[in-house]
Design a protein around this ligand. Sequence first.
Ligand code: AMP
Length: 291
Amino acid sequence: MRTVATKDELRAALAPARREGSRIGLVPTMGYFHDGHLSLMRRAREDCDVVVVSVFVNPTQFGPAENLDAYPRDLERDRELAAGVGVDLLWAPDAEEMYPEGFASAVEVDASLTAVLDGDPERRGPSHFRGVTTIVAKLFNSVQPEVAYFGRKDAQQAVVIERMARDLDFPVRVEVLPTVRGADGVALSSRNSYLDAGERERATAISRALRTAERAVADGERSTAALTERIAAELREAGIEPEYVEARDAGDLTPVSELNGRPVLVAVAAPVGRARLIDNVVVTQPETETK
Ligand code: AMP
């Protein structure tokens, strides 16, 4: 596996693959790998001839209240883990490389997708997703992958990126893969490193509450307010005050009050200790009832 830092090195490293018409796959990350990241890399390895992983803690998607400097980083460990799953090229640019002096552009997806849930101005705000779409557009342009891999754990991010790629005609297929969880059910996240043992135990309530909601749907619950209220109550019982629990159409993120046969995203954000954790499930009314 090679590691490169600059766009020039990246282009040079990918030139032979491009000449030969090889299929290039990209896994964009902020590093500090866990099994969620590795699941995307393994899938890319199965699907593609050349697997590129980018590691960049993108400053423009962090809000003023979020501590960019405290975000966990360990490039040496990331290199070993990526090499272990057969990644060909690790691209780890610095902020100067991605946002040189005079950088003045942004890519923005409509507020209907980016000013709701995490993008609500009272929460991380739409500037978070402007940061995400801008950096992902730059990564797409530099790597020019045929396929790019994202995790369902960040469900809204995946929806926003799929829409950006479609609307702006990026010639890339966006693949969204399932959330990888620890044995205790907690969705893997680099931010879990902020949790102590007690907080980790408390965090298990999030996935448990989402499972309860899935079971409620299987048992006939159709009101999304009933589902989200039940999740919030279960979290509060466990000592977690959720930032939000919302049910929205999984495709366009519009609010949904009754399950309607289309996939519905039930998303949670909650602070646990120093970490702000997000998790979700997608529920659909059983097909027999929609016929
Ligand atoms: P990050 O480094 O947190 O920006 O994540 C990089 C990519 O890995 C994103 O597409 C995430 O959605 C994905 N990812 C993060 N955590 C998980 C997880 N637990 N399961 C699956 N994918 C994940």
